[in-house]
Design a binder for this molecule. Structure first.
Ligand code: NI
Length: 194
């Protein structure tokens, strides 16, 4: 658990600012095998993951910042429907554009709040986790990006699990089954850990 001295708003924003370009560089224009294939039944493709990130920009992070600043612990965050993006059927290029635009808008809104150090200790109530602080929410926003960058790498690598032949034994990404795997809490529990 990060302490306040370990969290820096400027450093978190540095990650949050770069993620749209990271995803665009990784995914835009790739053949379908890399973006439309998943890891098996009820798992996510790269397309699904980008859709999930778009949905988070629309419904999760900044709305929760505002609920926390306006209501403190009195009003729990609204639960998030994490499968909502699966109902949409856009193309990936559109999703990447949407993510870049929404993230840009959200970071402008975040910086307009002009949060001071003392504001980062403000508390709110997560429907499953209980009391959380604003710095924890903002740190989670950045690490949530990194979680899904990690997941994207793993989902893509999975497509060539057989193609690499015996080298699979040496490829760590093919051995990664826990954190952010569809079977783990992040993607299968009814509520997201954020
Ligand atoms: Ni997520």
């Amino acid at each position: 658990m990060a302490s306040l001295t370990e969290f820096s708003l400027v450093e978190a924003i540095a990650v949050l600012t770069r993620t749209p370009a990271t995803l665009t560089a990784l995914l835009r224009g790739l053949p379908n095998v890399w973006v439309r294939c998943n890891e098996g039944k009820d798992t996510w493709s790269a397309f699904d993951i980008v859709g999930h990130l778009v949905f988070g920009e629309r419904t999760d992070w900044m709305p929760r910042v505002r609920i926390m600043l306006e209501n403190g612990e009195a009003r729990p965050f609204d639960p998030v429907d994490r499968s909502a993006q699966l109902k949409e059927n856009q193309d990936l290029e559109q999703l990447l554009d949407d993510f870049a635009r929404l993230r840009r808008e959200n970071l402008v809104a975040l910086q307009a709040l002009n949060l001071q150090h003392v504001d980062l200790t403000r508390r709110g109530r997560h429907p499953a986790l209980g009391v959380v602080t604003l710095s924890e929410l903002l740190a989670t926003w950045a690490v949530h990006d990194l979680t899904h960058v990690h997941q994207l790498s793993r989902v893509m690598a999975h497509q060539y699990r057989g193609a690499v032949g015996p080298w699979s034994a040496y490829l760590g990404v093919l051995q990664c089954t826990g954190h952010s795997a569809p079977q783990a809490t992040e993607l299968s529990s009814p509520l997201p850990p954020r």
